[in-house]
Design a protein around this ligand. Structure first.
Ligand code: FAD
Length: 405
């Protein structure tokens, strides 16, 4: 077979661009195919309707993400902290409770510790989950909602815990795998407050794009083709043929597929994946939510707000002062329940906590509805960790799947 290149990378998000850098630096002829007109995938720093550039996707980073942290220090990138929050509002039914941000976290502490007890012991090496420990295997069918209900909490603590997990999963706790919650906590050394800090505290001073641009600059030599959507990957005995929507056909020795799990079925892969992967893709991961940026009139104070998973918006956090107004970021577990481009729709949700708040502008990208992502951040539903672990195990054993992925 004649090869157009040694490796084709499908997808130009962080995974694809980082893989390209590693390959070209080793002198391997690499082509990267990206369907969008830009690199970065689910991270996207862009100008917004709020009046300044913001991160529409991935934003916060932390030293407990070792690979990400290695990249930040490698390129010497500056981080800034989200503001210290002084006030918290949390809804229990229609009632709004108010306190310090610290008091809200304190109220969450006991039920959260009970929920996550045993995370470290059950997952002593959370980055290396193959083979799955027996304790985890047994729990993989359980949902976060079931574990919360088991605690028989008072309505206030139930609402707080349920809302916090709707935020963490970007989805409904009733479809969220308890094993994934344990794994997140184990990755934070078993400390849920560190886990929370990692999710929403430190961000890039010049946006996530600053890291993307640094890695991409080191991947020079990669044949990067934007606006090129892969439609077919066919493995043959002597290599792999890649087909694209513009008619391009490429022959390569190896392919690296970096697509979000939820859109893997949008490519015709032959022979098809084995094990549980197709099932995960068909049923979808747990993350079905959205993130929206909000410009609120005036200084609304440095606050966080939380509501349970039945709410359209479950979490809001103050982020920046801007031209006398306040920029807020909010999350909800179900894409499509409110129009993310309609300031009045978002305002009426925010007013459930703060009746006088006035929304000036909103901006969002709906990653769940986007056919090139189909999800926000990857979070597994019940049973999916076992399927992923099985596929990962086969990969390391070098079975056929390893040729394609
Ligand atoms: C709203 C939101 C908030 C988040 N917040 C955080 C955070 O604060 N901190 C954090 O660490 N992470 C966060 N994440 C997660 C983080 O952004 C992702 O885990 C990360 O960007 C995934 O990178 P990736 O390269 O694996 O996938 P992607 O970035 O999704 O890259 C895959 C690429 O494949 C392309 N593609 C899809 N189909 C095809 C095709 N058929 N042919 C060619 N190309 C194709 C896509 O266009 C995309 O560019 C967040 C994500 C979202 C959406």
């Amino acid at each position: 077979m004649h090869y157009d290149c040694d490796v084709v990378i499908v997808g130009g998000g962080f995974a694809g661009v980082t893989a390209a850098r590693e390959l070209v630096r080793r002198g391997i002829r690499t082509t990267l195919l990206e369907a969008r007109d830009r690199l970065g995938g689910r991270t996207w720093t862009r100008g917004t309707a709020l009046g300044r550039e913001l991160d529409m996707g991935g934003t916060w980073v932390h030293w407990i993400q070792p690979h990400v942290w290695a990249e930040i220090t490698r390129y010497g990138l500056d981080l800034i902290a989200s503001p210290e929050l002084d006030t918290a509002y949390w809804r229990v039914g229609d009632e709004v409770h108010t306190g310090t941000a610290e008091s809200m976290l304190d109220a969450l502490d006991a039920p959260m510790c009970a929920l996550l007890a045993g995370a470290r012991e059950n997952l002593p090496q959370p980055y290396d989950f193959a083979p799955l420990p027996d304790g985890i295997k047994r729990l993989d069918h359980v949902t976060v909602a079931e574990k919360i209900t088991e605690q028989d909490l008072d309505p206030e603590r139930h609402a707080l815990l349920d809302g916090m997990w709707a935020l963490n999963f970007s989805g409904d706790p009733a479809r969220s795998a308890y094993t994934q919650a344990l794994r997140w906590c184990a990755l934070a050394g078993g400390d849920w407050k560190l886990m929370f800090e990692a999710c929403a505290t430190y961000k890039f001073a010049r946006g996530t794009r600053s890291l993307l641009d640094a890695i991409a600059a080191d991947a020079v030599g990669t044949d990067i083709r934007l606006n090129t959507r892969v439609t077919r990957i066919e493995e043959r005995s002597d290599g792999i043929e890649i087909g694209c929507d513009d008619g391009t056909r490429l022959r390569t020795r190896r392919a690296i597929v970096t697509l979000p799990l939820n859109v893997l079925n949008s490519i015709d892969i032959a022979p098809s994946f084995g094990h549980g992967l197709p099932q995960i893709v068909t049923e979808g991961q747990a993350s079905t939510g959205f993130k929206v940026w909000i410009r609120a009139r005036g200084d609304v104070g440095r606050f966080a707000a939380l509501a349970d998973s039945t709410a359209a918006l479950t979490f809001v956090q103050y982020e920046y002062p801007f031209e006398g107004d306040s920029l807020l970021v909010a999350f909800g577990p179900r894409s499509g329940v409110i129009d993310l481009n309609d300031p009045r729709a978002v305002e009426s949700e925010l007013r459930k906590w703060l009746p006088d708040l006035e929304v000036v502008a909103v901006d969002a990208h709906d990653w769940t509805a986007d056919p090139l992502s189909g999800e926000t951040w990857p979070m597994l539903a019940p049973g999916q960790l076992s399927a992923v672990q099985q596929a990962a195990g086969d990969l390391t054993r070098g079975v056929r799947l390893g040729r394609v992925l």
